[in-house]
Design a protein around this ligand. Structure first.
Ligand code: GLY
Length: 349
């Protein structure tokens, strides 16, 4: 079992990572028994709901559940409203807790509701996907989508703790696990060449991988909880990735979108031998390198980016594996980078 401490400016908490965690016993270490609203999606709940509720009840917590249909299409204000209405009906109060049992959609929506329900209450994250474990469950970004863009409504709201049971990854379909690998590879490229090499050589366990990624995220969040500058590097591959997700109407997953984004930028900016290593590790992990959309249509999607100011979009460009830089570019420059990257992906592979 590994413990990573996150020292955000608004709240400090631990992320516990291990195989076969006892949720109830670990939660009791940070919060006295209370009423819990366990939020999950239908897929995760059918696999892990019963055992999770049992563990929480055994530790003295009273449980209620809210289960919604899996998928990004459920990450809406309408589902959030339904959850809040049920919370009122169940007489959940500010001293109770929300529990997010699931992947990024469940965590983001639950956290967003926790940030506003009764003007804010505590929540905990039990990530069940590699992607949620290494990224979305840590750092306090919460959100729901609007029809015209992902994560458009939300708040920074840190969880009370994150309990990551890596056993849950065993039930993940291959492409969902691969989405988490894309985010893990991202940490290697932006921050840690050694981590990249371990992933490349397949020489790292899930527990070590999550701990390494969460440690990097904890370092960055401690410097910039509110995403004012240094934290932007976590967005590497995401500007193009979000565009691919949106144009595909979410039939292409977040991790796959990020992989396509990273492939284009690495091909455009890294020396060829390093770009090849990135493209190979992505392919090896069954991640895509390109999508069948018009480059111009992809580039203009950056208008919806939350880090846009005026006509400029803040993008993260790789310098070498382990180092990136932030750059503000206009949409024409962005389109040129994407075109160059896409051409080079085709010629390198
Ligand atoms: N997922 C990017 C961030 O937490 O800043």
């Amino acid at each position: 079992m590994k413990k990573i401490h996150v020292a955000a400016s608004t709240k400090e908490y631990d992320v516990i990572i291990g195989e076969g965690l006892n949720y109830g016993a670990l939660l009791k270490e940070v919060h006295a028994p209370c009423k819990l609203m366990v939020v999950s999606d239908d897929t995760v709940f059918s696999l892990h709901g019963e055992k999770t509720l049992q563990s929480l009840q055994d530790a003295g917590f009273e449980t209620r559940t809210f289960v919604f249909e899996h998928g990004e299409k459920s990450k809406t204000l309408a589902v959030a409203e339904k959850l809040m209405i049920q919370m009122i009906e169940e007489e959940i109060t500010k001293t109770d807790l929300l529990v997010a049992l699931g992947g990024g959609v469940v965590g983001d929506l639950t956290g967003m509701v926790a940030s506003v329900f009764l003007r804010g209450m505590n929540f905990v994250q039990f990530p069940t996907t590699l992607l949620a474990a290494v990224d979305s469950s840590v750092g306090g970004k919460t959100a729901v989508d609007l029809p015209n863009g992902k994560n458009m409504v939300g708040a920074f709201h840190q969880p009370l703790t994150v309990l990551c049971d890596t056993d849950k990854f065993k039930t993940l379909p291959e492409e969902i696990y691969a989405e988490g690998m894309a985010e893990s590879i991202k940490y290697g490229i932006i921050y840690d060449a050694e981590l990249f090499e371990k992933i490349e050589k397949n020489a790292i366990s899930d527990e070590e991988l999550v701990a390494a990624c969460v440690q990097i995220k904890a370092d960055i969040v401690a410097k910039d909880e509110f995403d004012r500058g240094p934290r932007h590097i976590l967005n590497f591959g995401h500007t193009l990735g979000h565009a691919v997700e949106t144009l595909s109407e979410y039939t292409i997953g977040h991790g796959q979108g990020v992989a396509i984004g990273m492939a284009a930028l690495c091909a455009a900016k890294l020396p060829e031998n390093e770009a090849k290593r990135v493209l190979h590790v992505l392919t090896d992990r069954k991640l895509p390198l390109k999508a069948d959309f018009d480059i111009h249509d992809l580039a203009v999607q950056a208008k919806a980016d939350k880090k846009r100011h005026g006509n400029l979009v803040r993008v993260v460009l790789p310098i070498s594996i382990g180092e990136v830089e932030l750059k503000d570019v206009n949409l024409t420059e962005w389109e040129e980078i994407l075109k160059d990257g896409t051409d080079k992906v085709n010629s390198i592979m």
